[in-house]
Design a protein around this ligand. Structure first.
Ligand code: NQM
Length: 363
């Protein structure tokens, strides 16, 4: 027998996945994960028996609920449903899916629409960090259509500015989790950073790369993948993340000089597939590393761009513009707010069916 739960399929930034009210899912995390694996069709590289898109960027879930906390409208738990393994991870934030949370919360009655722009304050349950999304509203309805292009999405949509109050150290405890601007793992110099997303920043040139290779070329390079993974496992421990063998963090971002007039060029392993663009908080973290003098990214980045508006992080399908505010202090570095613009699109609303026994129903 099958059982269904209500869900909305949405694009959030350059990612796509299901948005679900928390009450639709089993409260027990193991049971919830089994339901979500079945819903997306994992484990299976084609996710043929589910609604997942057969790529980490399209196998995502946002679980949303109203918040009781003062100053917070909604709680958003991000879950990465691994495509080819029976694993669901709550070990990272996702700033792309975050772009869909505000519109979804308004349309599902969790937040009252304010004409013009509705600010939605969102607690990212994965790390406890807070973001505010500014959702366009007209005649009481969320506006999806607009003229804002973001790289990696072929059609324009309504802009959703998002700001983050303080996400530094959200997963690792500090902006520079190892306490160093540069560390060496497996003989390679790296900068470990967490400004909302744990990222290991590496120089593409240290791997004999130009930095302009396509995701497919990078994924086909077995020696590169093995070396990057060996560094990741060591960096994970040093970044206070423990054994990251089965974790989706840290991300591994290979950086090089900008190629298209941006601030810095990037190619990011997330952590095993290569991102077609770059994650939201991933971009915030990479940009943060690049404004810290002495980091591996600092000499590669076009420092003349700092202080002149958004910093464009180039990636395989364009660029991602982020505002970061990193200040030097007596004891190190401090991150203040960061801000960026995303778009989102409602694609489908309905019921997703899974075997009823996964909910614990006796059939
Ligand atoms: O870094 C992919 C994405 C992400 C995460 C990943 C993200 C972020 O593009 O905030 O958005 O790095 O796993 O959805």
């Amino acid at each position: 027998m099958l059982r269904s739960f209500k869900a909305t399929l949405m694009r959030g930034g350059t990612s796509k996945g299901l948005f679900i009210h928390r009450d639709e899912l089993p409260a027990d995390a193991d049971r919830r994960n089994q339901v979500l694996l079945a819903a997306m069709g994992s484990p299976d590289k084609r996710q043929i028996n589910g609604v997942g898109g057969a790529h980490p960027l399209t196998s995502k879930v946002a679980v949303v609920s109203a918040s009781e906390e003062d100053g917070i409208d909604v709680e958003y738990l991000f879950l990465q449903v691994v495509v080819d393994k029976p694993e669901v991870s709550d070990g990272q934030n996702c700033g792309n899916m975050l772009a869909g949370v505000g519109p979804w919360a308004i349309e599902n009655g969790l937040v009252t629409a304010v004409e013009g722009t509705t600010p939605v304050t969102i607690k990212m349950v994965n790390t406890g960090s807070v973001a505010t999304a500014h959702v366009p509203v007209k005649d009481g309805q969320v506006v999806y259509e607009g003229d804002c292009f973001i790289s990696g999405v072929p059609t324009p949509a309504a802009p959703i500015p998002i700001d983050f109050a303080d996400v530094a150290g959200a997963s690792c405890g500090a902006l520079l989790p190892t306490g160093n601007v540069i560390d060496t793992f497996e003989g390679v110099e790296v900068t470990c950073i967490d400004n909302g997303m744990p990222v290991v920043v590496l120089r593409a040139e240290d791997f004999g790369l130009e930095g302009t290779e396509s995701p497919a070329e990078l994924e086909a390079n077995d020696a590169l993948r093995q070396k990057v993974e060996a560094i990741r496992l060591k960096a994970g421990v040093a970044m206070n993340l423990g054994d990251v063998t089965h974790a989706t963090v840290p991300k591994m971002s290979l950086v090089s000089r900008p190629q298209q007039g941006g601030f810095l060029n990037s190619r990011t392993f997330i952590p095993h597939r290569v991102h077609d663009a770059i994650g939201v908080l991933g971009a915030v973290s990479v940009a943060s590393a690049a404004v810290i003098e002495g980091s591996v990214a600092w000499p590669l980045a076009d420092q003349s761009k700092v202080g002149a508006g958004g910093l464009d992080i180039e990636h395989p399908t364009g660029f991602f513009s982020v505002d970061v505010d990193i200040r030097r202090t007596d004891t190190g570095y401090e991150a203040r707010k960061s801000a960026l613009i995303r778009t989102a699109m409602k694609l489908m609303q309905g019921e997703v069916f899974v075997p009823a026994h996964l909910f614990g129903d006796t059939v």
